[in-house]
Design a protein around this ligand. Structure first.
Ligand code: KG4
Ligand code: ZN
Length: 342
Protein backbone atom coordinates (compact mmCIF):
# COMPACT_ATOMS: atom_id res chain seq x y z
CA UNK A 1 0.00 0.00 0.00
CA UNK A 2 1.38 3.41 -0.88
CA UNK A 3 1.60 6.04 1.85
CA UNK A 4 -0.98 8.84 1.81
CA UNK A 5 -0.14 12.07 0.00
CA UNK A 6 -0.06 14.72 2.72
CA UNK A 7 -0.26 18.46 2.23
CA UNK A 8 1.46 20.38 5.05
CA UNK A 9 0.96 24.08 5.90
CA UNK A 10 3.13 26.24 8.18
CA UNK A 11 2.55 29.89 9.16
CA UNK A 12 3.41 30.22 12.85
CA UNK A 13 6.15 32.83 12.63
CA UNK A 14 7.59 34.63 9.61
CA UNK A 15 7.75 31.85 7.02
CA UNK A 16 4.72 30.92 4.91
CA UNK A 17 5.19 27.35 3.73
CA UNK A 18 3.46 24.46 1.99
CA UNK A 19 4.81 20.98 1.30
CA UNK A 20 3.73 17.68 -0.19
CA UNK A 21 4.98 14.43 1.27
CA UNK A 22 4.47 10.77 0.65
CA UNK A 23 5.95 8.71 3.47
CA UNK A 24 9.48 10.05 3.91
CA UNK A 25 9.65 11.40 0.38
CA UNK A 26 9.45 15.19 0.14
CA UNK A 27 7.75 15.81 -3.22
CA UNK A 28 7.74 19.58 -2.77
CA UNK A 29 8.63 22.08 -0.08
CA UNK A 30 7.94 25.77 -0.69
CA UNK A 31 8.98 28.38 1.89
CA UNK A 32 8.36 32.11 1.50
CA UNK A 33 10.24 34.14 4.11
CA UNK A 34 9.23 37.62 5.22
CA UNK A 35 12.56 39.14 6.25
CA UNK A 36 12.12 42.05 3.85
CA UNK A 37 8.73 42.96 5.41
CA UNK A 38 10.02 43.13 8.97
CA UNK A 39 13.57 44.38 8.42
CA UNK A 40 12.89 48.06 9.15
CA UNK A 41 11.19 47.18 12.47
CA UNK A 42 14.07 45.11 13.86
CA UNK A 43 11.82 42.13 14.60
CA UNK A 44 8.74 40.25 13.41
CA UNK A 45 5.60 42.45 13.51
CA UNK A 46 2.64 40.09 14.22
CA UNK A 47 0.07 42.10 12.19
CA UNK A 48 2.29 42.29 9.14
CA UNK A 49 3.18 38.61 9.42
CA UNK A 50 -0.49 37.55 9.68
CA UNK A 51 -1.46 39.56 6.62
CA UNK A 52 1.45 38.20 4.59
CA UNK A 53 0.55 34.61 5.51
CA UNK A 54 -3.08 35.19 4.51
CA UNK A 55 -1.91 36.58 1.16
CA UNK A 56 0.79 34.03 0.39
CA UNK A 57 -0.25 30.64 1.74
CA UNK A 58 -2.49 29.80 -1.21
CA UNK A 59 0.34 30.64 -3.63
CA UNK A 60 2.64 28.37 -1.60
CA UNK A 61 0.10 25.54 -2.04
CA UNK A 62 -0.16 26.15 -5.79
CA UNK A 63 3.61 26.20 -6.20
CA UNK A 64 4.00 23.03 -4.13
CA UNK A 65 1.40 21.20 -6.25
CA UNK A 66 3.17 22.29 -9.43
CA UNK A 67 6.60 21.29 -8.04
CA UNK A 68 5.30 17.86 -7.02
CA UNK A 69 3.37 17.39 -10.27
CA UNK A 70 0.14 16.46 -8.49
CA UNK A 71 -3.34 17.97 -8.31
CA UNK A 72 -5.16 19.14 -5.22
CA UNK A 73 -7.68 16.33 -5.73
CA UNK A 74 -4.92 13.74 -5.20
CA UNK A 75 -4.20 14.99 -1.66
CA UNK A 76 -5.17 12.39 0.99
CA UNK A 77 -4.86 14.54 4.14
CA UNK A 78 -4.10 18.12 5.22
CA UNK A 79 -1.71 18.76 8.12
CA UNK A 80 -1.37 22.25 9.57
CA UNK A 81 0.57 23.98 12.33
CA UNK A 82 -2.05 24.73 14.99
CA UNK A 83 0.44 26.38 17.40
CA UNK A 84 2.46 27.54 19.21
CA UNK A 85 3.18 30.81 17.43
CA UNK A 86 1.89 34.24 16.47
CA UNK A 87 -1.86 33.75 16.58
CA UNK A 88 -2.78 35.69 13.41
CA UNK A 89 -0.44 33.60 11.31
CA UNK A 90 -1.47 30.31 12.90
CA UNK A 91 -5.13 31.22 12.27
CA UNK A 92 -4.44 31.88 8.57
CA UNK A 93 -3.02 28.38 8.21
CA UNK A 94 -5.72 26.66 10.25
CA UNK A 95 -8.53 28.39 8.33
CA UNK A 96 -7.03 27.45 4.96
CA UNK A 97 -6.46 23.86 6.12
CA UNK A 98 -10.06 23.53 7.32
CA UNK A 99 -11.35 24.85 4.00
CA UNK A 100 -9.15 22.53 1.96
CA UNK A 101 -9.85 19.44 4.07
CA UNK A 102 -13.61 20.06 3.97
CA UNK A 103 -13.63 20.84 0.27
CA UNK A 104 -11.60 17.74 -0.57
CA UNK A 105 -13.37 15.54 1.97
CA UNK A 106 -10.06 14.37 3.50
CA UNK A 107 -8.80 14.20 7.11
CA UNK A 108 -7.45 17.32 8.85
CA UNK A 109 -4.57 17.02 11.33
CA UNK A 110 -3.45 19.85 13.63
CA UNK A 111 0.27 19.66 14.38
CA UNK A 112 2.34 21.21 17.15
CA UNK A 113 5.10 23.23 15.45
CA UNK A 114 7.66 22.02 17.99
CA UNK A 115 6.66 18.40 17.32
CA UNK A 116 7.30 19.13 13.65
CA UNK A 117 10.88 20.19 14.43
CA UNK A 118 11.34 17.33 16.90
CA UNK A 119 10.21 14.60 14.45
CA UNK A 120 12.27 15.91 11.51
CA UNK A 121 15.23 13.56 12.22
CA UNK A 122 12.86 10.65 11.53
CA UNK A 123 12.01 12.18 8.17
CA UNK A 124 15.61 12.89 7.19
CA UNK A 125 17.54 10.08 8.91
CA UNK A 126 14.91 7.55 9.93
CA UNK A 127 15.97 7.83 13.59
CA UNK A 128 14.40 5.27 15.92
CA UNK A 129 12.67 6.30 19.16
CA UNK A 130 13.85 7.30 21.68
CA UNK A 131 16.36 9.92 20.57
CA UNK A 132 17.62 13.11 22.14
CA UNK A 133 16.86 16.38 20.43
CA UNK A 134 18.36 19.84 20.82
CA UNK A 135 16.10 22.45 19.25
CA UNK A 136 18.03 25.66 18.94
CA UNK A 137 16.78 28.59 16.86
CA UNK A 138 15.68 32.22 17.04
CA UNK A 139 12.57 31.26 18.97
CA UNK A 140 13.32 27.91 20.57
CA UNK A 141 15.92 26.35 22.82
CA UNK A 142 15.22 23.06 24.51
CA UNK A 143 16.41 19.51 25.07
CA UNK A 144 13.78 16.85 24.43
CA UNK A 145 13.74 13.09 24.66
CA UNK A 146 11.54 12.06 21.74
CA UNK A 147 9.90 8.73 22.61
CA UNK A 148 7.00 8.78 20.15
CA UNK A 149 5.07 11.07 17.80
CA UNK A 150 3.09 12.28 20.81
CA UNK A 151 5.51 11.44 23.58
CA UNK A 152 8.13 14.05 24.44
CA UNK A 153 10.01 14.76 27.67
CA UNK A 154 11.46 18.21 28.06
CA UNK A 155 14.74 18.01 29.99
CA UNK A 156 15.30 21.76 30.11
CA UNK A 157 15.57 24.87 28.01
CA UNK A 158 16.26 28.55 28.06
CA UNK A 159 14.66 30.57 30.82
CA UNK A 160 14.92 33.79 28.77
CA UNK A 161 16.27 34.44 25.25
CA UNK A 162 16.80 31.75 22.63
CA UNK A 163 20.41 31.58 21.35
CA UNK A 164 19.45 32.77 17.86
CA UNK A 165 17.87 35.83 19.41
CA UNK A 166 21.12 36.44 21.33
CA UNK A 167 23.12 36.13 18.07
CA UNK A 168 20.73 38.59 16.40
CA UNK A 169 21.01 41.11 19.26
CA UNK A 170 24.79 40.77 19.31
CA UNK A 171 24.92 41.54 15.60
CA UNK A 172 22.76 44.61 16.16
CA UNK A 173 25.01 45.86 18.98
CA UNK A 174 28.07 45.45 16.75
CA UNK A 175 26.53 46.93 13.60
CA UNK A 176 26.53 43.62 11.70
CA UNK A 177 23.81 42.51 9.29
CA UNK A 178 20.72 40.42 10.13
CA UNK A 179 20.13 37.55 10.65
CA UNK A 180 22.89 37.83 13.21
CA UNK A 181 23.97 34.19 13.43
CA UNK A 182 25.78 33.94 10.09
CA UNK A 183 27.33 37.42 10.33
CA UNK A 184 28.58 36.89 13.90
CA UNK A 185 29.95 33.47 12.95
CA UNK A 186 31.76 34.91 9.93
CA UNK A 187 33.42 37.64 12.02
CA UNK A 188 34.22 35.19 14.83
CA UNK A 189 36.38 33.20 12.40
CA UNK A 190 38.94 36.02 12.44
CA UNK A 191 38.65 36.54 16.19
CA UNK A 192 40.38 35.40 19.37
CA UNK A 193 37.77 33.81 21.64
CA UNK A 194 40.03 34.16 24.70
CA UNK A 195 40.48 37.93 24.57
CA UNK A 196 37.10 38.68 26.18
CA UNK A 197 35.75 36.23 28.70
CA UNK A 198 31.93 36.20 28.67
CA UNK A 199 29.87 34.51 31.39
CA UNK A 200 28.64 30.91 31.09
CA UNK A 201 25.27 31.39 32.87
CA UNK A 202 23.67 28.60 34.93
CA UNK A 203 26.56 26.15 34.52
CA UNK A 204 26.94 26.23 38.28
CA UNK A 205 23.38 24.97 38.67
CA UNK A 206 22.26 21.38 38.12
CA UNK A 207 19.92 20.45 35.29
CA UNK A 208 19.57 21.43 31.65
CA UNK A 209 18.09 24.92 31.93
CA UNK A 210 19.98 27.74 30.20
CA UNK A 211 20.03 31.53 30.13
CA UNK A 212 21.35 33.74 27.34
CA UNK A 213 20.03 37.23 28.11
CA UNK A 214 22.96 38.10 30.42
CA UNK A 215 25.39 37.46 27.57
CA UNK A 216 24.23 40.41 25.51
CA UNK A 217 24.41 42.69 28.56
CA UNK A 218 28.00 41.56 29.10
CA UNK A 219 28.74 42.18 25.45
CA UNK A 220 27.16 45.64 25.57
CA UNK A 221 29.28 46.54 28.60
CA UNK A 222 32.46 45.29 26.93
CA UNK A 223 31.66 47.16 23.73
CA UNK A 224 31.00 50.42 25.58
CA UNK A 225 34.20 50.01 27.60
CA UNK A 226 36.23 49.64 24.39
CA UNK A 227 34.53 52.69 22.87
CA UNK A 228 35.22 54.75 26.02
CA UNK A 229 38.87 53.61 26.18
CA UNK A 230 39.84 53.98 22.52
CA UNK A 231 37.14 56.18 21.00
CA UNK A 232 35.64 53.47 18.77
CA UNK A 233 35.69 49.82 17.77
CA UNK A 234 38.42 48.39 15.53
CA UNK A 235 37.62 45.56 13.14
CA UNK A 236 39.69 43.20 15.30
CA UNK A 237 37.66 44.18 18.38
CA UNK A 238 34.43 43.23 16.63
CA UNK A 239 35.89 39.88 15.58
CA UNK A 240 37.18 39.17 19.10
CA UNK A 241 33.82 40.13 20.66
CA UNK A 242 32.01 37.84 18.20
CA UNK A 243 34.40 34.99 18.91
CA UNK A 244 34.08 35.40 22.68
CA UNK A 245 30.29 35.55 22.50
CA UNK A 246 30.01 32.53 20.21
CA UNK A 247 32.34 30.52 22.44
CA UNK A 248 30.16 31.28 25.48
CA UNK A 249 26.97 30.10 23.69
CA UNK A 250 28.77 27.00 22.41
CA UNK A 251 30.18 26.11 25.82
CA UNK A 252 26.82 26.50 27.60
CA UNK A 253 24.97 24.41 25.00
CA UNK A 254 27.69 21.75 24.99
CA UNK A 255 27.87 21.41 28.77
CA UNK A 256 24.08 21.24 29.07
CA UNK A 257 24.04 18.71 26.21
CA UNK A 258 26.49 16.58 28.23
CA UNK A 259 23.98 16.52 31.09
CA UNK A 260 21.04 15.85 28.77
CA UNK A 261 22.95 12.93 27.20
CA UNK A 262 23.60 11.44 30.66
CA UNK A 263 19.88 11.60 31.50
CA UNK A 264 18.95 10.14 28.12
CA UNK A 265 21.48 7.29 28.30
CA UNK A 266 19.88 6.24 31.61
CA UNK A 267 17.00 4.97 29.46
CA UNK A 268 19.42 2.60 27.68
CA UNK A 269 18.28 3.45 24.13
CA UNK A 270 19.23 0.73 21.65
CA UNK A 271 20.61 3.17 19.05
CA UNK A 272 21.50 6.32 21.01
CA UNK A 273 21.37 9.48 18.91
CA UNK A 274 21.42 13.24 19.37
CA UNK A 275 19.79 15.36 16.70
CA UNK A 276 20.11 19.13 16.51
CA UNK A 277 17.69 21.32 14.59
CA UNK A 278 16.88 25.01 14.25
CA UNK A 279 18.76 27.84 12.58
CA UNK A 280 21.54 27.95 15.18
CA UNK A 281 22.38 24.31 14.35
CA UNK A 282 24.05 25.80 11.27
CA UNK A 283 26.81 27.19 13.50
CA UNK A 284 30.02 25.29 12.74
CA UNK A 285 31.65 25.95 16.08
CA UNK A 286 28.61 24.57 17.93
CA UNK A 287 28.31 21.61 15.58
CA UNK A 288 31.97 20.69 16.00
CA UNK A 289 31.71 20.84 19.75
CA UNK A 290 28.51 18.73 19.89
CA UNK A 291 30.00 16.25 17.44
CA UNK A 292 33.05 15.82 19.67
CA UNK A 293 30.81 15.34 22.70
CA UNK A 294 28.81 12.65 20.87
CA UNK A 295 31.97 10.85 19.78
CA UNK A 296 33.16 10.88 23.40
CA UNK A 297 29.86 9.53 24.79
CA UNK A 298 29.16 6.97 22.06
CA UNK A 299 26.08 8.74 20.71
CA UNK A 300 25.30 9.16 17.01
CA UNK A 301 25.16 12.82 15.94
CA UNK A 302 22.76 13.98 13.26
CA UNK A 303 21.62 17.33 11.96
CA UNK A 304 18.93 17.58 9.27
CA UNK A 305 19.87 19.70 6.24
CA UNK A 306 19.29 23.36 7.01
CA UNK A 307 16.24 23.76 4.76
CA UNK A 308 14.46 21.10 6.83
CA UNK A 309 15.79 22.23 10.18
CA UNK A 310 14.61 25.85 9.91
CA UNK A 311 10.86 26.55 9.62
CA UNK A 312 9.23 24.63 6.77
CA UNK A 313 6.03 22.71 5.99
CA UNK A 314 7.62 19.35 5.14
CA UNK A 315 8.16 18.77 8.85
CA UNK A 316 4.49 19.57 9.50
CA UNK A 317 3.32 17.19 6.78
CA UNK A 318 5.64 14.49 8.16
CA UNK A 319 4.48 14.94 11.76
CA UNK A 320 0.88 14.99 10.47
CA UNK A 321 1.54 11.66 8.74
CA UNK A 322 2.83 10.11 11.97
CA UNK A 323 -0.24 11.37 13.84
CA UNK A 324 -2.56 10.12 11.12
CA UNK A 325 -0.93 6.69 11.28
CA UNK A 326 -1.61 6.73 15.04
CA UNK A 327 -5.29 7.47 14.34
CA UNK A 328 -5.24 11.17 15.21
CA UNK A 329 -7.45 13.52 13.18
CA UNK A 330 -9.22 16.77 14.00
CA UNK A 331 -12.55 18.30 13.07
CA UNK A 332 -13.74 21.85 12.52
CA UNK A 333 -13.30 22.60 16.21
CA UNK A 334 -9.49 22.54 15.80
CA UNK A 335 -8.28 25.77 17.38
CA UNK A 336 -5.17 27.88 16.81
CA UNK A 337 -3.09 27.99 19.98
CA UNK A 338 -0.56 30.79 20.69
CA UNK A 339 0.94 28.64 23.49
CA UNK A 340 1.23 24.90 23.27
CA UNK A 341 4.07 23.27 25.20
CA UNK A 342 5.00 19.77 24.07
O1 KG4 B 1 15.09 28.12 12.81
P1 KG4 B 1 15.16 29.52 12.34
O2 KG4 B 1 15.34 29.78 10.87
O3 KG4 B 1 13.87 30.33 12.74
C1 KG4 B 1 13.30 30.31 14.00
O4 KG4 B 1 13.82 31.02 14.88
O5 KG4 B 1 12.29 29.58 14.17
O6 KG4 B 1 16.35 30.19 13.15
C2 KG4 B 1 16.76 31.51 12.89
C3 KG4 B 1 17.84 31.89 13.87
C4 KG4 B 1 18.24 33.34 13.78
O7 KG4 B 1 18.23 33.91 15.06
C5 KG4 B 1 19.66 33.27 13.21
O8 KG4 B 1 20.49 34.33 13.64
C6 KG4 B 1 20.15 31.95 13.74
O9 KG4 B 1 19.02 31.09 13.66
N1 KG4 B 1 21.27 31.41 12.93
C7 KG4 B 1 22.51 31.19 13.41
C8 KG4 B 1 23.29 30.78 12.30
N2 KG4 B 1 22.49 30.75 11.19
C9 KG4 B 1 21.24 31.14 11.61
N3 KG4 B 1 23.01 31.32 14.63
C10 KG4 B 1 24.31 31.02 14.80
N4 KG4 B 1 25.14 30.64 13.81
C11 KG4 B 1 24.67 30.51 12.54
N5 KG4 B 1 25.49 30.13 11.55
ZN1 ZN C 1 10.41 26.81 14.38
Amino acid sequence: MTSPLILGLESSCDDSAAALLRGREVLASVVKGQNELHAEFGGVVPEIAARAHAERLDTCVEEALAEAGVTLQQVDAVAVTAGPGLIGGVLSGVMLAKGLATGLGVPLVGVNHLAGHALTPRLTDGLAFPYLMLLVSGGHCQFLIVRGAQDFSRLGGTIDDAPGEAFDKTARLLGLSQPGGPSVEARARAGDERRFRFPRPLLDRPGCDMSFSGLKTALLRQRDQLIADQGGLHAQDVSDLCAGFQAAVRDVLTEKARRAIALYLDEAPSEPALAVAGGVAANQSLRGSLQALCAETGVRFTAPPLRLCTDNAAMIAYAGGELLAAGVTHDMSLSARPRWPL
